[in-house]
Ligand binder design. Structure first.
Ligand code: ZN
Length: 769
């Protein structure tokens, strides 16, 4: 290309356009370094793909997982609230490595006398205290709830050396366990069962002083194998209380001996139903298996109330068997009412089940089992068919805790049986949530100890979708509300958290022990992020397919965060690295606004900018080739009337050009805008997001436009757009449906106005969605 000898005229023709082009490119000096771009790929943050886990997010050809099979015998000593147990664990090493020792989890040691867990948070003297709390905090000797390990033996009965480090126990096996080999170890133990209503434990009993009974919800009651994987090696991070569990899959045979008048249910299928059921219960059970529309009572309230007084000295052993589960839990009490119904699941059916004392009624009889059934169907439609034979919801005061096939849920009416909407919706929501945990993390078996959000966030998102669907299908249950009052998931609900004090905030990608607000960090924010991803960034079709792909790829396996992030991109062709980076790896928030709106009209004469440009260079207008100008309207009041004229009316230059260069047909097809605007959007918030804009015109019509998040890739702060229209623009609204969790909506409209409308109605749950 020839560079010199360029004429003035040609130069003048080009320069203004170069100037405009530069402005379009944005303020690059403020941009910082390109290697800090929020749109760069996540190579630095993600682990390198390998034969265990592929770059697509699927398990690789060398993927393996360990297997831990259990045979357990436990006896519940109801009189003394103790549990005695013996177990044999058969552990299969599917990893390519040899293992020199095994790690087991002793979760109850979090309540042992020498536990460090109660010490990790500082304490201060309160302004006042309730007598109950005062007695609990200052006048009660610490509960001794740790495991008492009586022996650890090999398959021949020889003692195995073992070391207990807080909640973890290392068992030293005589020879390394080679790849593909098995080892069996036997353990005997007992512990004092905690009152979970006092200790806030995830399992234990509630004592009912009126009748002297306890209702037990039992979990973490046996030494459990830790996970060994390609990602963590042994996952032997201590159990401090917040970070939940990491567990391998296995098969369980569990025999549970309890007082003969107890009603019991747990993980797995009951093996000796005829031994533990009365004839009447058997008949009712046969009916329940065929009842798809409503639950059938196996134990009635009347029968449960009679049992409350019996205090049998005899025992019964309930035998349960479960395949391919990562844990085992059970509930037992003579106070339990029991109901069940069948749920169609593909060609077969599964049982939805509830256990509750009379204190849960009438709420529990009315809703629990129906909600279990609804949850199984809803979650299955978004993931995979629920593969277990049943799902049990157990009523336990203040609880919300999940295990395979069984979970504990709160929601207790007042003593007279009345209850508030808050209790009712709280109960329905917690049942959806805890039953939903069967999918994440019981079957899609993520590491809860390390990543709270992988189960809580995904599950809270699924809970939100299920609640909203439930509200649509059962309008009579949510009346007079138009939509189900979900606690989390709607974008505006995460705003107070994301707008909060940055010094107490942590990215979603944090260990659950290391965050101030676990509820927002591991539940609310990831649930909202996924909801926004589905509704606003990807769209339902792409999102739902990718999410299902993730669930199916990792059903009965152990996924990591990258496996999720990669699969969502792999199955959708949407580059989401910017989204994972912003929402999951930083504490940035969304704030997008309108900085300025300039109005222009078309003219033939050099505009202000051109005049300044020429003056700076001592150049004359007369040297210019005929040009078309957009003149800023507000700079010349008298010229305002020129707005609203078509370009051809306003510019003879343009008119002549069209006559000379376009055919009559082309001229007829040419658009003929009358109004010209330059809108400057700005982004005070750190998170890139799609820019959702609603333009309102003088005739009241509206136009919606979504600009992709990539508009922020070269300039993270500002985005300008020239808008040409037939109609006069009278208003601009950003994010009109409050979809993006924008923390400051005072800059979302032009002209500036109070933000109300849809957003407020949404908040109050009065507007359908
Ligand atoms: Zn949960």
């Amino acid at each position: 290309m020839r560079v010199s000898g360029c004429s003035y005229i040609l130069l003048f023709c080009m320069l203004p356009f170069i100037g405009i082009a530069q402005e379009k490119g944005g303020n690059e000096k403020d941009q910082g370094h390109y290697n800090q771009s929020k749109f760069r790929q996540m190579y630095d943050e993600f682990s390198t793909p390998n034969m265990f886990r592929t770059a697509s997010g699927a398990p690789g050809p060398a993927y393996y997982q360990q297997q831990a099979d259990y045979k357990i015998d436990v006896t519940l000593d109801d009189r003394n609230a103790k549990l005695y147990g013996e177990e044999t664990i058969t552990y299969t090493n599917n990893s390519p490595e040899s293992l020199e020792f095994l790690w087991l989890q002793l979760d109850q040691n979090v309540r042992s006398k020498d536990s460090k867990s109660p010490l990790r948070n500082g304490t201060t003297v309160p302004m006042y205290d309730s007598p109950k709390n005062f007695v609990k905090d200052y006048m009660t000797a610490p509960f001794d709830g740790g495991f008492n390990i009586e022996y650890v033996r090999d398959s021949k009965g020889n003692p195995l050396p073992h070391v207990v480090n807080q909640t973890m126990m290392r068992v030293d096996i005589p020879q390394p366990l080679k790849s593909k080999e098995q080892v069996s170890i036997s353990i005997k133990w007992w512990y004092n069962i905690p009152d979970h209503t006092i200790s806030r434990a995830r399992s234990g009993y509630e004592y009912f002083p009126e009748d002297g009974n306890r209702a037990y919800v039992m979990a973490q009651f046996f030494p459990r194998m830790a996970v060994y994987s390609d990602v963590e090696g042994w996952q032997n991070h201590q159990f401090w209380g917040n970070g939940e569990f990491a567990l391998p899959f296995g098969n369980y045979e569990v025999n549970i001996t309890v007082p003969a008048d107890h009603i019991l249910d747990g993980t797995g299928t009951l093996q000796n139903r005829k031994e533990v059921f009365s004839k009447e219960m058997m008949q009712r059970y046969e009916l329940a298996k065929k009842s798809f529309d409503k639950p059938v009572l196996i134990v009635t309230q009347q029968e449960a109330e009679a049992a409350e007084k019996s205090f049998s000295n005899k025992t019964k052993t309930w035998k349960l068997k479960a395949e391919n589960v990562r844990d085992f839990a059970f509930a037992s009490s003579r106070k339990f009412i029991w109901d069940m119904q069948a749920v169609k699941m593909g060609n077969s059916s599964v049982m939805a089940v509830s256990l509750y004392p009379k204190e849960g009624n009438p709420l529990w009889g009315d809703y629990s089992t129906r909600v279990v059934a609804y949850t199984l169907k809803s979650y299955s439609s978004h993931t995979f068919e629920y593969p277990y034979p049943k799902a049990v919801s157990v009523h336990a005061k203040n609880q919300g805790m999940e295990y395979p096939m069984i979970c504990w849920n709160h929601g207790r009416p007042n003593e007279d049986g009345s209850y508030s909407d808050q209790v009712k919706f709280g109960m329905i929501s917690v049942i959806i949530h805890e039953v939903g945990h069967n999918f994440f993390p019981m079957i899609v078996n993520s590491d809860e100890r390390q990543w709270g959000w992988m189960d809580e966030g995904l599950n809270s998102f699924m809970q939100y979708m299920t609640e909203q669907e439930f509200g649509k299908n059962y309008p009579e249950v949510i009346e007079p509300l138009k939509r189900y009052p979900s606690r989390r998931g709607d974008p505006y609900k995460i705003v107070p958290y994301m707008a909060g004090d940055q010094s107490t905030m942590a990215p979603i990608m944090s260990n659950p022990e290391n965050v101030h607000y676990l509820g927002s960090n591991a539940y609310g924010k990831p649930a909202t992020a996924l909801n926004i991803l589905r509704e606003t960034v990807m769209g339902r079709e792409l999102f739902d397919y990718a999410f299902k792909t993730y669930a199916k790829r990792w059903e009965f396996k152990h996924p990591t965060p990258e496996d999720f992030f990669r699969t969502m991109e792999d199955a959708s062709a949407v580059d989401l690295d910017w989204y994972w980076r912003g929402w999951f790896y930083t504490t940035d928030y969304v704030d997008i606004g309108i900085k300025d709106v300039k109005k222009y009209y078309v003219s033939n004469t050099p505009n202000k900018r051109m005049k300044e440009y020429l003056a700076e260079r001592n150049l004359k207008e007369t040297n210019l080739k005929p040009l078309v100008y957009l003149e800023e309207a507000e700079s010349m009041d008298a010229a305002t009337s020129a707005m609203g004229k078509s370009p051809e009316e306003s510019s003879t230059t343009l008119k002549e050009y069209m006559m000379d260069h376009l055919t009559a047909e082309e001229r007829a097809k040419a658009l003929n805008p009358k109004y010209f605007y330059e809108v400057t959007f700005n982004k005070p918030g750190g998170l890139p997001m799609p820019l959702i804009v609603e333009y309102t015109y003088a005739d009241g019509s509206k136009e919606n436009m979504t600009y992709p998040p990539e508009i922020w890739r070269l300039n993270d702060k500002e985005y300008k757009r020239v808008l040409t229209t037939q109609k006069k623009l009278v208003g601009i609204q950003i994010d009109p449906k409050a979809e993006t969790a924008d923390i400051d909506v005072s800059n979302n409209s032009w002209p500036k106005k109070e933000v109300e409308s849809d957003f407020e109605l949404f908040k109050e749950g009065l507007k359908g969605n």
